[in-house]
Design a protein around this ligand. Sequence first.
Ligand code: UD1
Ligand code: CA
Length: 464
Amino acid sequence: MKTAAVILAAGQGTRMKSALPKVLHQAAGLPLVAYPIRAARALNCDPVVVVVGHGADAVTAAARASWPQVRTALQKEQRGTADAVRCALGELGDADRVLILYGDCPLFTAATLGRLIARVEKARAALGVITAVMPDPTGYGRMVRNAAGLVVGIVEHKDCTDAQRTIREVNSGIYLVDRAFLVDALTRVGTGNSQREFYLTDIIRMAADKGAVADLPVPAEEMAGVNNRADLAGAEGVLWERNRRAALEAGASLRDPPSTFIESTVTVEGDVTLGHGVMLGGNTVVRAGARVDGPSVIIDSDVAAGAHVKSFSHLEGARVGARALVGPYARLRPEAVLEEEVHVGNFVEVKKATLRRGAKANHLSYLGDATVGEKSNVGAGTITCNYDGYGKYLTDIGRDVFIGSDSVLVAPLKIGDGAYVAAGSVVTDDVPANALALGRGRQVNKDGRAEQVRAEAKQRAGRK
Ligand code: UD1
Ligand code: CA
């Protein structure tokens, strides 16, 4: 059986009060629309079709970023959920059945959707639907059952009789439908309801008339759709919690789970330790045995096995090699590459620079557009002058080099292997291998002159 997924995402989401289409709002590092795409992919649904309308181009781009092979179907006017599914019928390929998901319901897991598929297969039903019992069912379609307890239809909140409005079992809007049945049923959906819309829920009654409808009840939490900002915050909270649990299950230790935030795109391996207030985002991978002390922020970075990132560090687009030591108070910017056993200490900023194996920059430095060779030592306060206001230039430091404290390295510049730069130098010319570079004023000492200088200073200040 081949299953296609159709994800409805054409609506605007007025209640978000946002210029951004609702399904592009972020939750735990991904736009809402990415979650059903990921779930559909995990179930090997193919094709995955996203129905777009409001903000079609932006929604299409976000969907493709999630999975490049995703298909889209345009629903120009939002005339109801049945109309939206109808728009996708031309994109279903050779699928035998269709899983219908919503772009604004990020909490359905592949596991739950898999159970819906199993239910439908067991019941040999033309249609299956996920339901939940809600403490407050306002706004949802209600599940209508017959005396035998079988689902016979769904009535929208606005179309309910007073008696139906008391039903607390609601429609999630997630269905698995036999394709042939769906195609036929959609031709028979009309707009005879209070909203003059094509309701997809009408096909449940049609399926019930034909035979049994399979239903899968789930906890209310998993059903939560996002209609406003409060819903978004609530759904995101659930996703953060799930991601923490996934890290714990992968074998990571979280010193303080409530203050640990792991985006849905992050990989955390076993024996990783995350401290208080660690935030991991984007395509970050923290590999086996690495330790990150909090508070720290790590985005789009790769932290290798056994590395240790100390508190108050900020990493973005960086690679930290095995057993490297970073921070406290380090800042690694895009294309910072630290090879194995590199040390980058407090108040060191690294941008587009490679520190080769065992290199050290332990205090107060800026290393931009640079390479630092194996085992070289960059002294406190060293600055690469990589920018002249117009262009960026490289500083290439060889291996076993010693850069004295407070040196200014004016790029383009090459410092050969084994060279030594005296503290406080301004280095503008290349330094040959094994040379000593001195680029500072010569020191003179004047014996006894301190007393005279003090006297002059007192006089200037008008004091005795
Ligand atoms: C729908 C169900 C309701 C269910 C609820 C669960 C119908 C008629 N009602 O109601 O039974 O309890 O979901 O959340 O189906 N969309 C389009 N094009 C359209 C209309 C909607 O793409 O023309 C998309 C929306 O962007 C949204 C989803 O479909 O992602 C659901 O639409 P929405 O209008 O929110 O349906 P509800 O009224 O919530
Ligand atoms: Ca809704």
